[in-house]
Design a protein around this ligand. Structure first.
Ligand SMILES: Cc1cc2nc3c(=O)[nH]c(=O)nc-3n(C[C@H](O)[C@H](O)[C@H](O)COP(=O)(O)O)c2cc1C
Length: 366
C-alpha cells in the first residue's frame, strides 16, 4: 500500500489532526509527558487514572486525592501539548474505588475525552452528567464485541447521552484484554477485523453515526490505512508509544520490550489479574516469575484493581496475583516489590526506542 495522507478524526466537537489515539497505559506509563507530547504532535494523548493519587502526590511532594490528581495530571499534560491536539484520560471500570472521582477530576482539569474499559462503563454517562462540562467532554467506551457495544447503548439510552465513539480492542492488545481464556480470545471470530464489523453493524442498527476506533496489534502507517479501509475513523495504539523516550517505562522495561520475541510474551491467567481478564505480560518480568512460583504470600495492600468489590489475590495465590504492586514497582512506587511488565503482541516488531515526534511522523507515512 502507498503512503497516504491520513484524514482528521472528529470526536464530538473536537477535531484531531492525526487520527491516532495513544492508548491509556497504567500504572504511570502514559504519564503527562507522553500524553502531552502526543497531543503536541496532533494526536489524542491519553493519561491513565490508575493509582494517580500516589503518582501525582509523589510528583508534587504533597498528598492529593484521586479527584485532584486527575485534575492536575490533565493540566500538566495540557502544558506539554502547547495547546495542540487533544488530551484524554483512560479510567478503568475495575478501578472501582476511584472511578467517579477520576471522571469528575479529569473533567475539572479540562479533559477532552474520557475513555473507559476493563469492564463495561455502564455508569460513565450518569457520572459525567453531574459535571458542568458534561456537554463538552467526549465519552468513549472500549469494547471487544458487538454485544458489549449493544448493552452499553441500552444502558446509556436512559441517560439521553450516547457514546461519542467506540474503541474496539482486539485480542493482540497490551494490558488486559476482554476475554477470560486464551482459546476464546484467539478464536478466528475474535480477530479485530471481525469485532469491528460487529460494532459497526450495531451502530448502524441503532442509527448511530460515531467514529469507530480500532485497537490491538496496530504497528504501522499501512496498518492504519487497513483499518480506515474497513470503516474505522482512527486507531488506538499502546505498545508503540510505550517504546518511546517519553513513556513512563523504566530502562529495564524498555530494553526487554526491544529485545523480546514471540515466546517471551504470555497471556497471564493462572495466576492472572485479580479482575479476571487475561493480562498480556513479558514472561521474564521478575514479579510474574515470583507469582508463577507462588512465592508471594496472598496479599492486597493497595486495593486499586478489584473484582466485584474485592481483590481475590488477598486470599489466594493460585488463581490470581497482585498486579498493582508489580506495576507500581515498575514506576518506582513500590520499592520493596519486583517489576511487572505488560506489552502488546506487536512488541516483537519493535527494534528501537523512538521519540514521540518521530513515531507520529512515521505513522503519518512521512
Ligand atoms: C503497557 C500497557 C498498559 C496498558 N494499560 C491500560 C490501562 O491501564 N487501561 C486500559 O484501558 N488499557 C490499557 N492498555 C491498552 C491500551 O490502551 C491500548 O488499547 C492497547 O495497547 C492497544 O494495543 P497495542 O498495545 O497492540 O497497540 C495498556 C496497554 C499497554 C501496552
Amino acid at each position: 500500500m502507498s503512503k497516504q495522507i491520513l484524514p482528521e478524526l472528529k470526536i464530538r466537537n473536537k477535531k484531531i489532526n492525526v487520527p491516532v489515539i495513544q492508548g491509556g497505559m497504567g500504572i504511570g506509563l502514559s504519564n503527562f509527558n507522553l500524553a502531552g507530547s502526543v497531543a503536541r504532535e496532533g494526536g489524542l494523548g491519553v493519561l491513565s487514572s490508575a493509582a494517580l493519587d500516589r503518582i501525582v502526590s509523589a510528583r508534587k511532594g504533597h498528598k492529593v486525592n484521586s479527584r485532584e490528581a486527575a485534575r492536575l495530571d490533565v493540566l500538566d499534560a495540557r502544558e506539554i501539548s502547547n495547546g495542540h491536539g487533544a488530551i484524554g484520560m483512560n479510567i478503568m471500570v475495575a478501578l472501582v474505588n476511584s472511578y467517579e472521582d477520576s471522571v469528575l477530576g479529569a473533567m475539572d482539569g479540562g479533559v477532552d475525552a474520557i475513555i473507559s474499559g476493563a469492564g463495561l462503563p455502564f455508569s460513565l454517562s450518569e457520572i459525567a452528567k453531574k459535571h458542568p462540562r458534561f456537554e463538552e467532554v467526549a465519552l468513549i467506551p472500549i469494547v471487544s464485541s458487538g454485544r458489549a457495544a449493544e448493552v452499553i447503548l441500552k444502558k446509556w439510552e436512559k441517560t439521553n447521552r450516547m457514546p461519542d465513539a467506540f474503541v474496539v480492542e482486539g485480542p493482540l492488545a497490551g494490558g488486559h484484554i476482554g476475554w477470560r481464556d486464551e482459546e476464546t480470545a484467539m478464536a478466528p471470530e475474535n480477530r479485530l477485523e471481525n469485532l469491528i464489523k460487529e460494532v459497526i453493524d450495531v451502530c448502524f442498527a441503532w442509527n448511530l453515526d460515531i467514529p469507530i476506533i480500532a485497537a490491538g496489534g496496530i504497528y504501522s502507517h499501512e496498518d492504519i490505512l487497513h483499518y480506515l479501509s474497513l470503516g474505522c475513523s482512527g486507531v488506538q495504539m499502546g505498545t508503540r508509544f510505550l517504546a518511546t523516550h517519553e513513556s513512563g517505562a523504566n530502562d529495564e522495561y524498555k530494553k526487554m520490550l526491544v529485545d523480546c520475541k514471540e515466546s517471551d510474551i504470555e497471556l497471564a491467567s493462572k495466576p492472572g489479574s485479580p479482575c479476571g481478564m487475561l493480562f498480556r505480560v513479558l514472561k521474564a518480568s521478575p514479579f510474574y516469575q515470583e507469582a508463577l512460583a507462588h512465592a508471594r504470600v496472598p496479599k492486597c495492600d493497595k486495593g486499586y484493581l478489584l473484582n466485584k468489590g474485592k481483590c481475590p489475590a488477598k486470599e489466594n495465590n493460585e488463581t490470581s496475583f497482585c498486579i498493582c504492586n508489580g506495576l507500581l514497582a515498575s514506576v518506582a512506587l513500590a520499592p520493596t516489590e519486583k517489576n511487572l511488565y505488560t506489552v502488546g503482541q506487536c512488541a516483537v516488531k519493535i527494534k528501537k526506542i523512538d521519540t514521540v515526534r518521530s513515531l507520529m511522523l512515521e505513522l503519518q507515512g512521512a
